[in-house]
Design a protein around this ligand. Structure first.
Ligand SMILES: [Fe+2]
Length: 309
């Protein structure tokens, strides 16, 4: 099975990949460029090449076509409202004029994945850190680290939606608390299964809203059409116990009914929840558990038998 697309979940890459990510971060920092204390840089718009713009255009065209009838209306509305560039890598300052006016969010440029606490601090203050650089032509379908297309095309349109915008801010605040409680593993699963790989139920059928799916041609089809993965109703407790995949398509997708449901789920203080869940075993990425609101049980076809994260 081919691999979906890079995504970032806080804490997901801790451990063996740390050195690689540090290397990658350094590579995204141009010589002579100032790295600010909050790990942001000025977007080096003059450094994009004609190849960078061509890759943006190709990915944009491909996904815009692919997502028709597959992605949530809120995403499409966000894309239209932003007036996101189709032909060239967007200038973040231009996007921010509309975004700030709509929900007070802004996109800030970073050289690569930033430390968890820095990431949460940005989200808690309505700043979305986006890699400034574009993937290479040979990485059209897969790269491990989030590039500008994933971060901007995948994540930014929903930040126009007031409820989702509030959810992301609440998530950042929750992340700062979780870091102090040693619960980042559980909170990261929530990010993964919603912000990156979430599906939403609509009157027209299931739709995609997760950025990891939205920015991936293969997973845009697989997540909705394949009989292989499980599709299970959103349940914050269940999700916080569920391991996930970073190197293959997901074995399970969790389905929300509305963005309000998502935001409401983050209202309670998670501290007692972490306590309770810590005492329970985790679930594998493809497990179906008692009490699940199952939309469909996957056939498991093509599932990798390597370890879940
Ligand atoms: Fe992402």
């Amino acid at each position: 099975m081919s691999i979906a697309m890079a995504t970032e979940a806080p804490g997901a890459f801790q451990g063996t990949l740390t050195d690689k990510l540090k290397e990658q971060f350094d590579a995204g920092l141009l010589s002579g460029q100032e790295l600010r204390p909050d790990f942001t840089i000025a977007q080096p718009v003059h450094r994009y090449t004609s190849i960078d713009h061509a890759i943006w255009r190709k990915l944009y065209e491909r996904q815009a076509e692919m997502l028709r009838g597959r992605v949530s209306d809120e995403f499409l509305q966000g894309l239209a409202t932003l007036g996101m560039e189709k032909d060239r890598v967007p200038d973040f300052d231009q996007l921010n004029e509309t975004l700030m006016r709509a929900t007070g969010w802004q996109v800030v440029a970073v050289p690569g994945l930033v430390p968890d606490e820095v990431f949460f601090e940005h989200l808690a203050n309505r700043r979305f850190p986006a890699s400034w650089w574009m993937r290479k032509p040979e990485q059209l379908d897969y790269l491990q680290e989030p590039d500008c297309f994933h971060d901007v095309f995948g994540h930014v349109p929903l930040l126009i939606n007031p409820v989702f915008a509030d959810y992301m801010e609440a998530y950042g605040k929750g992340g700062l608390k979780a870091a102090g409680l040693g619960a980042l593993d559980m909170l990261s699963r929530l990010y993964w299964y919603t912000v990156e790989f979430g599906l939403i139920r609509t009157e027209q059928g299931l739709r995609i809203y997760g950025a990891g799916i939205v920015s991936s041609q293969g997973e845009s089809i697989y997540s909705l059409d394949s009989a292989s993965p499980n599709r299970i109703g959103f349940d914050v407790r269940r999700i916080m116990r569920t391991r996930y995949r970073i190197d293959t398509f997901q074995k399970t997708y969790f389905v929300i009914d509305s963005f309000e449901q998502l935001f409401d789920a983050t209202r309670p203080d998670f501290a007692p929840l972490y306590e309770e869940l810590r005492a329970q075993p985790t679930l594998g990425a493809g497990d179906v558990a008692p009490g699940d609101q199952v939309l469909n049980v996957g056939t498991r076809e093509g599932w990798a038998d390597t370890e879940d994260i």
